[in-house]
Design a protein around this ligand. Structure first.
Ligand code: AMP
Length: 281
């Protein structure tokens, strides 16, 4: 596995592969890898000739009081895992190289970026779309792989790709969960034993919503109330938002029909965790 730190070097590697007629699959991450990330790597390997993974903790997607400075990292372990998966190249640029002094350019998908997580993280998605656009320019992938766990993120990235005519196909993979339903996340590392156990209430609440909807409940408010009541029982969990929304527009829905996105975000100790389920009504 090649380890590339410099954006120019990364670009010329990609160009070289493309000139040899090879397709490139790209998996952007912030590292501290888990099975969720690795499921994206596996999908990339199935679909493309060359797999590039990036690890970059992107400062512009963190708010001033968020966990940028303490975001979990284990570069040695990450590299070992990726090598075992026979990834072709790992791109680990420095902050300075991605955002040189006087950096002033941002990519923003209006509207969608302000909903759900955008309410409590107002500049988050602008940071995400900016870094993803930069990485797409550097790596020029044919395919890029994202997790449904970050549902709003993948929706916004797909919109950016469409709006800016970026020549890349976005592939979305299902959420990988722990044995008890907790969505895998690098931020689960922040949880102590009690918090870890309380955090399962997010998936339990989503599963409750699924059960209610499958039983025929059509009223979103009533489903939400049941979810809130369940989450309230866990004193270590502080709900940020709970939404039942249209999976295309992220607008709240009142009457449940077709397909709905049920999404939650909550603070558990120092961790802000998110999860969601797409439910067929
Ligand atoms: P992150 O390193 O958290 O920025 O995530 C990098 C990529 O992995 C994003 O596309 C995430 O949606 C995806 N991802 C994170 N957690 C999971 C998970 N539990 N299952 C599937 N994909 C995930």
């Amino acid at each position: 596995m090649l380890i590339i730190k410099n954006p120019r070097e990364m670009h010329s590697y990609s160009q070289k592969m493309r000139s040899q007629g090879k397709s490139i699959g790209f998996v952007p991450t912030m590292g501290y890898l888990h099975e969720g990330h690795l499921s994206l790597v596996e999908a990339a390997k199935r679909k493309a000739d060359i797999v590039v993974v990036s690890i970059f903790v992107n400062p512009t997607q963190f708010g001033p009081n968020e966990d940028f400075r303490r975001y979990p990292q284990d570069p040695k372990r990450d590299q070992r895992l990726l090598k075992n998966f026979e990834v072709d190249a790992l791109f680990i640029p420095t902050q300075k190289e991605m955002y040189s002094a006087g950096y002033k350019t941002y990519v923003e998908v209006e509207g969608l970026s302000k909903k759900l997580c955008g309410r409590s993280r107002p500049h988050h998605f602008r940071g995400v779309t900016t870094i993803v656009a930069k990485l797409f320019n550097i790596i020029a992938p044919d395919f890029a792989f994202f997790g449904e766990k970050d549902f709003q993120q993948q929706l916004i990235i797909k919109r950016m790709v469409r709006d800016l005519n970026l020549p890349v196909e976005i592939v979305i993979l299902p959420t990988v969960r722990e044995y008890d339903g907790l969505a895998m996340s690098s931020r689960n590392k922040y949880l102590n034993k009690k918090q870890r156990s309380a955090a399962t209430v997010l998936y339990r609440a989503l599963s409750l919503a699924k059960k209610e909807i499958e039983k025929g409940e059509c009223n979103a408010k009533r489903v939400e109330q049941k979810m809130r009541a369940l989450i309230k029982k866990e004193s270590l969990v502080r709900l940020d938002y709970l939404a039942i929304a249209d999976p295309e527009t992220l607008e709240d829905v009142k009457r449940l029909r077709n397909r709905v996105l049920v999404a939650v975000a909550a603070y558990v100790g120092r961790a802000r965790l998110i999860d969601n389920l797409l439910i067929e009504v």
